[in-house]
Design a binder for this molecule. Sequence first.
Ligand SMILES: Cc1cc2nc3c(=O)[nH]c(=O)nc-3n(C[C@H](O)[C@H](O)[C@H](O)COP(=O)(O)OP(=O)(O)OC[C@H]3O[C@@H](n4cnc5c(N)ncnc54)[C@H](O)[C@@H]3O)c2cc1C
Length: 478
Amino acid sequence: MAVLAQQDILWRSHWLQQALAADPDLAPPLEEQTRADVCIVGGGYLGLWTAIRLREANPGLDVVIVERDICGGGPSGRNSGMLLSAWTKLAALSALKGEAEALRVVRLSMEAIDGIAEFCAENGIDCWLDRVGWIWGATCAAQNGAWNDAIARYEKHGEAPARRVSRDEIAAMTGSHGFLAGAFDASAATVQPAFLARGLRRVALSRGVRIYEKTPMRRFSRRSPLVVETERGSVTAAKIVLAMNAWSAGVTELAPALFNISSDDAASLPMPEKLEKVGYSRGPLMIDSRVFVAGWRVTRDGRLNVGVTGGHIGFGGLVDQRFHGPSPRVEAMRAALRDGHPALADFPLATAWEGPIDRTDSGLPLFGRLTANPDILYGYGFSGNGIGMTYLGGKVLTSLALGRDDGWADMALVRPVRRGFPPEPFRFVGAHFVRGAVRRRDKLEHAGRKPDPVTAWVAGLAPSGVTPSKANITSRVE
Ligand SMILES: Cc1cc2nc3c(=O)[nH]c(=O)nc-3n(C[C@H](O)[C@H](O)[C@H](O)COP(=O)(O)OP(=O)(O)OC[C@H]3O[C@@H](n4cnc5c(N)ncnc54)[C@H](O)[C@@H]3O)c2cc1C
């Protein structure tokens, strides 16, 4: 059994370092011509869930995963571990296929949290899943009430996925007076994201999925027979599933719907006494209402994990080396904490890292079949909210691959790729303008000032991410 070299572990996220210390197993690269029923490109959550579901549906199916790095080496092993439903996305979902279908998708996304918990319990994956809940809050007056529109949409249906909470209630739950007010969703959970990814990998292997790591796909054919070519081998398959997240921007047909932007995360050294002293030993995870959100949570081993979004922008969709290094944005994390949880802003840093986010203009993922060949399937565009959505995605892609008509294959998120952003170089230049305006607006709003109309307008062009922001509440939906 091959194992990952130490120098290939040390540069990775805190989560992966922790997970790989216990499980450094490395699957062999593909070095031959092979055949399979389904070839999945990408061994993140989406590729792994899809492989597991396919084998569950038909244990005789030969399923192969080719992964350019290691399974979970991408954002699935680097994220903040905030497992959220899609309740904040009802407006964007309704624009796709009406409100009834939107509500169905939201309910499925809520069930996904239970589904992940159950799957992990049944399969011995201890990913530290903890139902701590989530506070979506405001760190300045301009953000206050960002959740009102979303909550009002549910009140019409007599539902309440979250309840409004006051500053004092938030302080009692988290020890922070930084949030002026917020919405509390009790269903959300935190996980150790790399324990989840590596656990899924282990389950996939145990169920007979063939995994090839350190095996980048170089190209794939659009005409039958379908072939995925790698550096030193190939897979001829009846179906291909592209589960490549931000790297989808390298696929001509998928590129128009997304742009790539980095997110940054950091883990503190263990500081259980400090967390206890400030009243945040096991509080709800917290996310502010910026367009480029900042969020934080605590871990089972007494660390703070904090993340900020809106970093590097990839030209032409390239996920270059800048998306994989140590994070240069620790100061931005401390600044976000000074606003949202001041007592933690001086946290002792252990490691900071970054990763790419595949943002779509609606903030929603897309699943479907390539027009060039319906046996080639895709799933991407999780826009920073992928832990729960990839669980659903595995079911959607399984139904699409098996040609089932079962309520998954016709879900609102299954749709053709539509151009969401202008072509390069306009996308790259435009994204910089918008990012600059969003940052400027945030700064002014936190200083209690109103942004000038040009800044407000340009910032308003930013697509929704994890939550719709107040100024972008009517942000473009498909
Ligand atoms: C810093 C950060 C924080 C985040 N925080 C959260 C959070 O708290 N909650 C949340 O829900 N989401 C969060 N996300 C987003 C979440 O991590 C992703 O949406 C999710 O991991 C997507 O899963 P995936 O399988 O689609 O992608 P990935 O995990 O990126 O998997 C795709 C895989 O495809 C592989 N690949 C790409 N191209 C090729 C190729 N040519 N050949 C072979 N393999 C290839 C990649 O190496 C990668 O491993 C965060 C993301 C980042 C970067």
